[in-house]
Ligand binder design. Sequence first.
Ligand SMILES: NC(=O)c1ccc[n+]([C@@H]2O[C@H](COP(=O)([O-])OP(=O)(O)OC[C@H]3O[C@@H](n4cnc5c(N)ncnc54)[C@H](OP(=O)(O)O)[C@@H]3O)[C@@H](O)[C@H]2O)c1
Length: 328
Amino acid sequence: MKIAIIGASGYAGGELIRLLACHSAAKVVCATSRTLAGTPLDQIHPHLKGFTDLKFENPAVDAIDADVAFLAVPHTAAMTYAGKLLSRGIRVIDLSADYRLPQEVFEKVYGVPHTDYFCAPYGIPEIHRKEIIGAKFTANPGCFPTGATLAAAPLAKLAHTIIFDSKTGVSGAGDNPSATTHYPNVGDNVGPYKLTTHRHLAEMMQEMACLGSEADVYFTPHLIPVNRGILTTAHILLNEPLGQKEVEKLYQDYFKGEYFIRYQKPILAAVRGSNFCDIMVESEGSRIVAISAIDNLVKGASGQAIQNMNLMCGFGEKDGLKGAGILP
Ligand SMILES: NC(=O)c1ccc[n+]([C@@H]2O[C@H](COP(=O)([O-])OP(=O)(O)OC[C@H]3O[C@@H](n4cnc5c(N)ncnc54)[C@H](OP(=O)(O)O)[C@@H]3O)[C@@H](O)[C@H]2O)c1
């Protein structure tokens, strides 16, 4: 299976190459970067030395020769690739926001016109597996919406209000430095941002509604001084109170058989580098606190994208994703 990674010099692209190196059937044959064409991959991703001898290239879309393409590029860039690759029979997994929302919602939230819109399954396999199996194209979800949706899914229908409070590592912002991600501003600090207006709220609302919830949904993110990981605390306010045993059973039944969901106290380090989402819940009667931890670059991006590729192409769902987290 020939794989092309569009945007291979970024964090998500690098993570795709790292994980695919352990896939039984996938071989990365094309890794793009507009600015680094001709540079060996391992100069930018030194941890991958010995795993690939590819150089970055900058091919025209029509010259990309692959069975599957991952789009690990910013939003609005992905829409210039997706349709063209699909029309040549190449399966596509888009890690950007371009196909996660209906067109009018996307245009409102991102403030730009969509130039090549079509519908795609929303790639959280634990919720949308049936639509993803065999699909030619999947929209990989945002990192915050992945952790938030999984934390609240089993209770979505029973809630009238859901408040997501997330802490994220700095790699969520990509490899382009900014004042926000400058070390003295991030280190030894915790910073709330986009208190009520983060774009990922739209995906969370969409997923809660899709799960049959009529709840009001709120979201506030915080930047913390770690490289990877998102810890989300979901305050789920129920229409009717539920006891601890009932809530735990609900979660265990909902995620029964889901390899990548582990019911245990979520800590970022335990999922770092892995595709796992650790979840626990505690009941206070009519308020349930559900906490999830994921690695934003793995279950929140590249790992989940490979999980989606596996379902789309008929590979084992865990292929390339069997690694444990890295603790400490
Ligand atoms: N970081 C995360 O935790 C995370 C989680 C979930 C989803 N995502 C999404 O995944 C995508 C990639 O994120 P990232 O963090 O890896 O970003 P990044 O580190 O900034 O990397 C972006 C990559 O895209 C390429 N690129 C930029 N503009 C392009 C364009 N117009 N056409 C073609 N290639 C272009 C860049 O290389 P050149 O500029 O050299 O071409 C680079 O390889 C984004 O849409 C992001 O929202 C990221």
